[in-house]
Design a binder for this molecule. Structure first.
Ligand SMILES: Nc1nc2c(ncn2[C@@H]2O[C@H](COP(=O)(O)OP(=O)(O)O)[C@@H](O)[C@H]2O)c(=O)[nH]1
Ligand SMILES: [Mg+2]
Length: 214
């Protein structure tokens, strides 16, 4: 019984997500769903990406959080259209929440929409929002065992940004084991090691995202 209810919820969400998708295609917008644990560096990556791309592409941001508009306030300095969604407890954004926020954006003037999902390694992976790609960011401080513990998020992502590599000297992070496990759950996963603090490795990320927009 319970399984059926969950399936119904996911199917209803998929219908709304595909309507969002249709709208994004019609408007020529590339949509990225950025996922990861609280503190992994989602907003930091967003800030770096905006610094790099904002003069050349028309970007809008949707910030998902359980409470507060802190991340939207961080993005405000870039002067780009930003909408904050507070889920009021829900651990992920869904198609309906994203659809509800689109009225706040002038979609005809957007090339790239980046959605920072609620910090969580589990639920956001299950809910489509109408995105082109899902990307996940994991920080080395979270440990090298996460691909096998949270496989779904690794499976549904096109790109994995392994962030905070500047901290590796202080941790016991086994890079080879991590890569092998991540590729075991998703052989197509593109893995980029980055530091949003020092900027190391971000060139590969910028090339990837610009490639998606080309
Ligand atoms: N050392 C280090 N700290 C980072 C890096 N990226 C982000 N942080 C810090 O990690 C904390 C959480 O980052 P934030 O972008 O807010 O994560 P979010 O919760 O995923 O959006 C902040 O204090 C950032 O300054 C990094 O590459 N290296
Ligand atoms: Mg954030």
């Amino acid at each position: 019984m319970e399984i059926k209810v969950v399936r119904n919820i996911l199917e209803a969400n998929d219908r709304i997500a595909s309507q969002n998708r249709g709208l994004f295609i019609e408007k020529g917008i590339y949509v990225l769903n950025l996922m990861g644990s609280p503190g992994a560096g989602k907003t930091s990556l967003l800030e770096r990406t905006l610094e790099h791309l904002k003069e050349r592409k028309r970007i809008a941001v949707i910030e998902g959080d359980i409470e507060t508009s802190r991340d939207a306030e961080r993005i405000a300095r870039f002067n780009i259209p930003t909408v904050q969604i507070n889920t009021g407890g829900a651990c992920h954004l869904d198609g309906n929440m994203v659809r509800g926020s689109l009225a706040e954006l002038s979609l005809d003037q957007v090339d790239l929409l980046i959605v920072e999902n609620v910090g969580n390694l589990v639920c956001p992976a299950e809910f489509q929002i109408g995105e082109n790609d899902k990307a996940m960011i994991l920080s080395v401080a979270e440990g090298d065992d996460k691909p096998l513990k949270y496989p779904l998020m690794f499976q549904v992502s096109s790109v994995l940004l392994l962030n905070k590599v500047d901290l590796i000297p202080y941790l016991d992070f086994d890079m080879e084991r991590f890569r092998a496990d991540a590729l075991k759950v998703n052989p197509k996963l593109q893995i980029m090691t980055v530091s949003c603090k020092t900027g190391e490795g971000l060139d590969a990320w910028f090339r990837w995202i610009e490639g998606q927009l080309a």
